[in-house]
Design a protein around this ligand. Structure first.
Ligand SMILES: NC(=O)c1ccc[n+]([C@@H]2O[C@H](COP(=O)([O-])OP(=O)(O)OC[C@H]3O[C@@H](n4cnc5c(N)ncnc54)[C@H](O)[C@@H]3O)[C@@H](O)[C@H]2O)c1
Length: 321
């Protein structure tokens, strides 16, 4: 069984991944800058095979000592949420660049690495569904939101070079809107946001005119996808979309959530200029093609949107009481 290191392990996807790795009898170190006493996600993990190390991936000597000991490394540490990225573009980029720089410096061919990238790297590419081989169109450098996508994309380039030049086995997964229990409410992710408004009996707020579309992937499906990529050597040195092909408009999503929680709730449209800081740009449609990961690993998403919403609703209701 492998010694695993998960950066960003205190986060939403990281905590679900760690539960699965422990169930599969691996030992796990979660490395995250969140203080232990502020963590809810990891409290239920009571296993001698699990250890929490608090620190930043920008602390090179600490991070390098953890890399050296690990057999499998999952790079998940990141700043998330468009608003937080716009407020701190330099910190956002440093978290990606710093962790990948140290991986490139000392990772070896005896280790296996998963890098969590994002659908944001597709930027303004107007193609649907999005395939991994598309040329990418990112936004202007004076729009701070692109710091996240640019640093993720730079990390992809560096890691794929590491695979080619030094034979370090690694795979990149581009996540598209992962949702589920334990997702952080403060980032403004649309499903937890609308559900918490509905649970509190408040109007559901939809930014823009609600015609923008998205697709949502259950976190259990996302974890399955990561593990199947890590378990198939034919995936190595490549980039894969991870998501769900079922798309819905954000207005339609608000309708569904209203029907699920309370059909009498009001839905309010808010213009972007009143809702988001300077530097925000909406991406109208973003749906993944999942053909590549299906062909390589046989993985496909199991959860339909209605079931995803029910899971999120139950978990959030419990968390909010
Ligand atoms: N959730 C999604 O829909 C989604 C979509 C696309 C990509 N991703 C990627 O998946 C990964 C996990 O996302 P998540 O939803 O679990 O987010 P999350 O915010 O819940 O988890 C990220 C974790 O990284 C930690 N972190 C941030 N900066 C750090 C640093 N410098 N050093 C150490 N730890 C640091 C945070 O404390 C947090 O616990 C991220 O890399 C993210 O970019 C997620």
């Amino acid at each position: 069984m492998a010694k695993c290191l998960v950066t960003g392990g205190a986060g939403f996807i990281g905590s679900h991944l760690i539960s699965r790795l422990l169930c599969d009898n691996h030992s796990v170190i979660a490395f995250d800058h969140a203080p232990w006493d502020k963590l809810n996600n990891l409290f239920s993990l009571n296993s001698s095979a699990f250890k929490y190390v608090q620190g930043s991936v920008s602390d090179s000597s600490l991070f390098r000592s953890l890399i050296t000991d690990a057999e499998q490394i999952y790079l998940l540490a990141a700043t998330l949420g468009v608003r937080r990225v716009i407020e701190n573009p330099i910190g956002t980029a440093n978290t990606q660049v710093d962790q990948v720089r140290d991986i490139c410096a000392i990772a070896s061919s005896r280790q296996k690495i998963f890098y969590a990238s994002t659908s944001e790297v597709y930027g303004k590419t107007i193609v649907s569904p999005l395939t991994e081989d598309l040329p990418l169109v990112l936004g202007e450098p004076d729009k701070a939101r692109w710091a996240y996508a640019c640093s993720k994309l730079l990390s992809e380039y560096l890691l794929l070079s590491l695979y080619r030049d030094k034979n370090v086995p690694l795979v990149v997964g581009r996540f598209f809107n992962v949702v589920g229990p334990r997702q952080n409410l403060s980032y403004g992710a649309v499903i937890p946001n609308l559900l918490s408004q509905a649970i509190k009996g408040m109007p559901l707020t939809v930014f823009g005119d609600g015609t923008q579309t998205r697709s949502f992937c259950h976190v259990d499906d996302a974890v399955d996808a990561m593990l199947s990529l890590m378990n198939h050597d034919s995936s190595l040195g490549q980039v894969f979309n991870i998501g769900n092909e079922e798309q819905i408009s954000i207005g339609g999503l608000a309708d569904k959530i209203r029907s699920l929680v309370d059909p009498l709730l009001e839905i309010k449209m808010i213009p972007y200029k009143d809702a988001m800081p300077f530097g925000f740009e909406e991406i109208l449609h973003r749906v993944p093609s999942l053909n590549k990961i299906k062909q390589c690993t046989g993985w496909s998403s199991k959860y339909k949107l209605d079931e995803i919403l029910r899971h999120c609703f139950i978990a959030l209701k419990e968390a909010l009481v």
